[in-house]
Design a protein around this ligand. Sequence first.
Ligand code: SAH
Length: 224
Amino acid sequence: MNDSFLAATGLNGIGMTSQRTRDRLIARLQDQGICNYAVLEAIRSVPRHWFVDEALAHRAYEDTALPIGHGQTISQPYIVARMTELLIEGAPLDKVLEIGTGSGYQTAVLARFAKEIVSLERIKVLQEKARQRLRALKINNVMLRYADGSVGLQDKAPFDGILAAAAPADVPQELLEQLAIGGRLVIPIGEHEQKLFRITRTEQGYEREFIEDVRFVPFRSGLR
Ligand code: SAH
């Protein structure tokens, strides 16, 4: 997204999108240990204020989760950057599954690092809004599906990466099975206290790395 595109869409020229505000966020992420330059660049250029309601747009470049309605939140920039880093380390990403489109913000960041993303959302209204935003930003390698991600997406498997933006109590077995060999699943686990894990599928089985304590909205089954 270049500046002329932002100007043309009216996404530029207001204080909240100023380069300085975004630079401050990037500096903060670097302080917190995000070091992948391409990921930092993606966070700098995806207009996060575009993914929240106008009333909250002035807070869009704070490093915090914000409400997007229906009891859900847009993920904190730090966690979006961290999960993206974790997913793209290692082999290149061809096909990625995201569970929990929400506002579409994480999807927009991730879209720069994968050939194709399928993103599932169980709340129709959120999905529709996300679709409009991604379309306006001309992001064309994302397919949105209104579906319950508890069972993954068998007809598109295997995936090189799976990212869950909501926390189940345990890792759904289907998600493990839908990983390609060498594929990575980045997922928060737990009901009250949640922990972020990266699980890599190897020839022999699965390797699980604990990353850090996190807070996510709960992973729910069924459609809404
Ligand atoms: N990364 C998103 C965060 C959205 S919050 C963003 O930046 O906006 C998590 C989302 O996961 C919510 O929209 C919620 O409805 C969705 N979700 C929770 N459980 C799900 C499931 N089983 N299948 C699909 N989506 C789910």
